[in-house]
Design a protein around this ligand. Structure first.
Ligand SMILES: [Zn+2]
Length: 170
């Protein structure tokens, strides 16, 4: 699970890294073409041509590669995909999946085991989802909601299958 996460985020980052390298080469070989290209991007976003050229020039003085990454490639340097973090979150969720329900079962009063496991698992999923969203730069609430709903759905399916199995055994 964590390994899969590492591989998928790694390959995403490799692709982004390749784009950045290609952009570096273009900036070195054809600086004027690249400046015009950047200005055209701002024109398409609604700036007048002269203003777009001025914006492109000034942004290029400050951080030329950064401007091209952000506005041409849509890559934000601060949020370049981080495979190790994604793998850690994934590993942490997997571990908590095993530990949390078991401890819930141990402390829950007789007869309340299953609902207690479900409730505790969903809360831990929400926390992990928010944490993952935080690392990925996404909205905390939405990330937590998505992971929690996914977990609830998985539990519902598991319960339904369990019931089917019971019936066919009965
Ligand atoms: Zn460019």
């Amino acid at each position: 699970m964590a390994v899969g996460e590492y591989v998928s985020v790694s390959s995403q980052r490799d692709a982004e890294q390749a784009d950045v390298e290609r952009e570096k080469g273009e900036l070195a070989c054809q600086p004027q073409d690249e400046l015009n290209e950047l200005a055209m991007i701002y024109v398409k976003r609604g700036l007048e041509k002269e203003l777009a050229m001025k914006v492109a020039e000034q942004l290029s003085v400050r951080d030329r590669l950064g401007a091209h990454m952000r506005d041409e490639l849509g890559i934000d340097q601060a949020s370049l995909a981080r495979p190790m973090q994604a793998a850690w979150v994934s590993a942490a969720s997997f571990a908590s999946f095993a530990i949390v329900p078991i401890s819930a079962l141990l402390v829950a009063p007789d007869g309340a085991g299953i609902p207690a496991i479900a409730a505790v698992s969903l809360v831990s999923l929400a926390v992990l989802g928010a944490f993952g969203g935080h690392l990925g730069g996404a909205s905390l609430g939405r990330a937590a909601l998505r992971v929690t709903l996914g977990g609830a759905l998985a539990m519902a399916v598991t319960a339904a299958i369990g019931r089917l199995f019971d019936v066919s055994m009965g």
